[in-house]
Design a protein around this ligand. Structure first.
Ligand code: CMP
Length: 152
């Protein structure tokens, strides 16, 4: 993983990507601008693991470009892909909301750039935006349910 310096165009892209994501909808332009300041852009190689299932959560991610797969452990060596996420999609909210370990591994399927928001900034953002926090909790619950179904 390599941290990339963000250009104005990247910030513009991020603001647009955020607007497409349903739960950012309650935020106005000023609030979005506040959040954008805390975000880093990181580059990953094809096949690189963003994090492993079972690790503690330290960040929240939005896909800028490329694609990642969300993989659940089945047996010691086997895993099952439960979702593929692309530009504008996000992941990593569950461990930050629940303080449980990561409930799945996330692996880059191709060269991928991710916007990364560290846990402390994510929490700050949730505190400032109760509507956003509510949306995020609902989505985490839906994903937890889907993962439980798919791991059967
Ligand atoms: P977290 O548990 O922090 O780390 C793994 C992430 O994968 C999890 O947060 C979610 O963001 C994401 N995730 C888990 N299950 C699913 C699913 N069924 N569909 C989409 N994303 C998921």
């Amino acid at each position: 993983m390599e941290k990339v310096a963000m250009s104005d165009a990247d910030y513009g892209h991020l603001a647009r990507a955020m607007r497409k994501v349903e739960f950012f909808a309650p935020l106005n332009v000023g609030e979005l601008e506040q959040i954008v300041k805390y975000i880093m852009l990181c580059r990953y190689k094809p096949g690189e693991t963003v994090f492993h299932q079972g690790e503690p959560g330290d960040a929240f991610y939005i896909v800028y470009d490329g694609a990642v797969s969300v993989r659940l452990k089945r047996y010691i060596f086997l895993s099952k892909t439960v979702a593929r996420l692309g530009p504008g999609d996000f992941f990593g909210e569950m461990a930050l909301l629940s303080r449980d370990p990561r409930n799945a591994s996330v692996v880059c399927e191709e060269a991928t750039r991710l916007f990364v928001l560290l846990s402390a900034d994510f929490s700050f953002m949730l505190k400032k935006n109760p509507a956003f926090a509510e949306e995020m909790k609902k989505l985490a619950e839906r994903r937890k349910f889907m993962s439980r179904q798919q791991s059967k």
